[in-house]
Design a protein around this ligand. Structure first.
Ligand code: CMP
Length: 143
């Protein structure tokens, strides 16, 4: 079954949005297979956002994501990567439709509440960066 990496960013954690965000994905029907409240080190932030290294906002991005706790998650379900992106809304909250997470809770592109993997390759890479295999649960034997 497809898996994706989602993360409530420091602004979302500080604004007490973890429950609201988890609830949206639960109600949609996806399954939470891993989750942890954690602080991101400088090294992990630079690795996670490596593809943005040359962008002018890279320093700001790393400073922000390391500024406070995040809630890192792995979710599982059919087409979860693309569907979670739809539920999150456009990267810049000013373009995100009402009803999406960023459309409902975000205002600026830097503090846009949530991160989600954008492809199967990113999902695999990001899950591997944040979680050990044994930190993910397996519901497949549930009766
Ligand atoms: P995210 O999905 O976490 O992936 C990369 C992040 O870069 C993105 O969300 C935005 O929060 C951030 N970002 C994109 N453009 C800008 C920008 N112009 N200034 C600051 N941050 C940005």
């Amino acid at each position: 079954m497809e898996k994706t990496f989602l993360m409530v960013k420091p602004d979302g954690v500080q604004r007490n949005l973890i429950g609201e965000i988890v609830s949206r994905f639960e109600k949609k029907g996806f399954q939470l297979v891993g989750g942890k409240l954690m602080s991101i080190s400088q090294e992990l932030a630079e690795e996670h956002y490596g593809e943005h290294k040359e962008r002018p906002f890279f320093g700001e991005l790393v400073d922000f994501i390391t500024s406070g706790p995040v809630f890192a998650m792995v979710w599982e379900g059919e087409n979860v990567i693309a569907t979670a992106r739809l539920m999150m809304g456009a990267t810049n909250p000013k373009d995100a439709a009402p009803g999406t997470i960023r459309g409902d809770f975000g205002i600026t592109v830097g503090k846009n509440v949530i991160h989600g993997s954008d492809s199967p390759t990113s999902a695999e890479r990001e899950i591997g960066l944040f979680f050990k295999e044994e930190e993910l649960v397996d519901y497949s034997k549930l009766m």
